[in-house]
Write a protein that binds this ligand. Structure first.
Ligand SMILES: Cc1ncc(COP(=O)(O)O)c(C=O)c1O
Length: 388
């Protein structure tokens, strides 16, 4: 029996021809027409210059370095995130300080941030930078976050790995801070199999990141190096996949949203299960369909639900384990963390691939309903007909 996975790549059709062009022209390295075009097309979409990289994590590493983060510095970071957000802080010899989440968005709580900055300002030890993450396809509440950071002149790096296609008050995620980063990892809303994009309103920062991403080779014929660089550039082949994927991004957003809303509607009659909040200020892509489980009302714990789904060949997983609970980051400074812990203990991510068939969605729905002791859903006629 086939397994229904959490989030799989979904090609649009044009990717292969861009990849073929790379092969037929022999542009099979980290330079070439696809790469330049992908950056231009992405920049046009986002409204800021962009540089294509080998991963989103590379983008965070370069982004923090652009903001001047170095040994002994502190960087504020939401505790509820994937570990790749925090690791680049350590790559640079700096220390993360973890901040709690807002239950209304699951993202960095602007009130916690403001209080933490106030306290650090009083103590004369402001962080070198603040990382804001836009989790599961939804933007953090950027106005109060930017107000607080601007007040103390602390630069913001946006980890928009999970939020390509999302917006806040009409503006794309990733464009509010000094630097933004997107991921094209295989499980993201669009993918290049692996890759990332760094954007900034400051073209010189993007140029600097491009320079570092190519081993920081100084101009001239000799291989002379004055600065430390990395091998972080995206390949022209993968950029071809990215070009095809950008053509279908809007459709992918609609498809992911409609899966989340179908689940929500199908669980509407069940007590103790609710969709991740959809903040009124923006467009939530619902990259992953995330739900909160109230064990007493739902009749089954979140962990048991994951096991029941697994036995039915359905992949699901908990919401991210907060960084302050990770052995790797034990002992780091933090402000709060209880909200993030609660979301981690009760949150579940359900299969969300944009290619998930109506039939497979229905199977997931019926398995979740069965775990709660409810029978299969009587579908509205339109949906039932579409499945048949
Ligand atoms: C929130 C977050 N930050 C960073 C990353 C890292 O991106 P990449 O896998 O492209 O390095 C990911 C996903 O993988 C992510 O979900």
């Amino acid at each position: 029996m086939k397994r229904i996975l959490l989030s799989v790549p979904h090609m649009g059709g044009a990717e292969q021809s861009y990849v073929n062009q790379a092969f037929s022209s022999n542009w099979l390295s980290t330079v070439g027409p696809n790469l330049s075009a992908f950056e231009m097309e992405f920049a046009a979409l986002i409204g800021q210059p962009a540089v294509a990289l080998s991963s989103g994590t590379a983008g965070l590493h370069l982004g923090l370095r652009l903001l001047g983060v170095g040994p002994g510095d502190e960087v504020f970071c939401p505790t509820l995130t994937f570990v790749a957000t925090a690791n680049p802080i350590r790559y640079l010899g700096a220390d993360p300080v973890f901040l709690d989440s807002d239950p209304g968005t699951w993202n960095l709580d602007p009130g916690v941030l403001r209080r933490a900055l106030e306290e650090r300002a009083r103590q004369g030890c402001l962080p070198r930078a603040v990382i804001v993450v836009h989790l599961f396809g939804q933007c953090a509440d950027m106005d109060p976050i930017m107000d607080a950071c601007n007040r103390y002149h602390v630069p913001v790096l946006e980890d928009a790995a999970e939020s390509l296609g999302a917006s806040y008050k009409g503006r794309p995620s990733g464009t509010f801070g000094e630097v933004g980063m997107f991921s094209f990892n295989g499980n993201k809303i669009v993918t290049t199999t692996g890759g990332g994009m760094l954007v900034s309103k400051h073209a010189e920062l993007v140029d600097q990141a491009r320079f570092w991403s190519q081993q920081a080779r100084d101009p001239g014929i000799a291989y002379e190096h004055s600065e430390l660089g990395y091998n972080y550039r995206m390949s022209n082949v993968l950029a071809g996949i990215g070009r095809g994927q950008l053509e279908v991004l809007e459709l992918r957003v609609q498809q992911r949203r409609s899966i989340a809303f179908r689940y929500r509607d199908a669980f509407a009659g069940l007590p103790g299960i609710s969709l991740m909040p959809q903040a009124a200020y923006g467009l939530h892509t619902n990259w992953l369909s995330c739900f909160l489980i109230e064990e007493q009302q739902f009749g089954c714990s979140r962990d048991r639900l994951i096991r029941v789904l697994d036995a039915a060949n359905i992949e699901s997983r908990p919401v991210w384990k907060p960084m302050h609970l990770q052995p790797l980051y034990a002992g780091c400074a933090r402000y709060g963390g209880e909200v993030a812990e609660d979301l981690f203990h009760r949150g579940i991510c359900l299969p969300s691939s944009s290619s998930l068939s109506l039939e497979d969605q229905r199977y997931v729905i019926d398995q979740v309903r069965a775990a709660a002791g409810a029978g299969p859903l009587a579908e509205p006629e339109g949906v039932a007909a579409a499945i048949a």
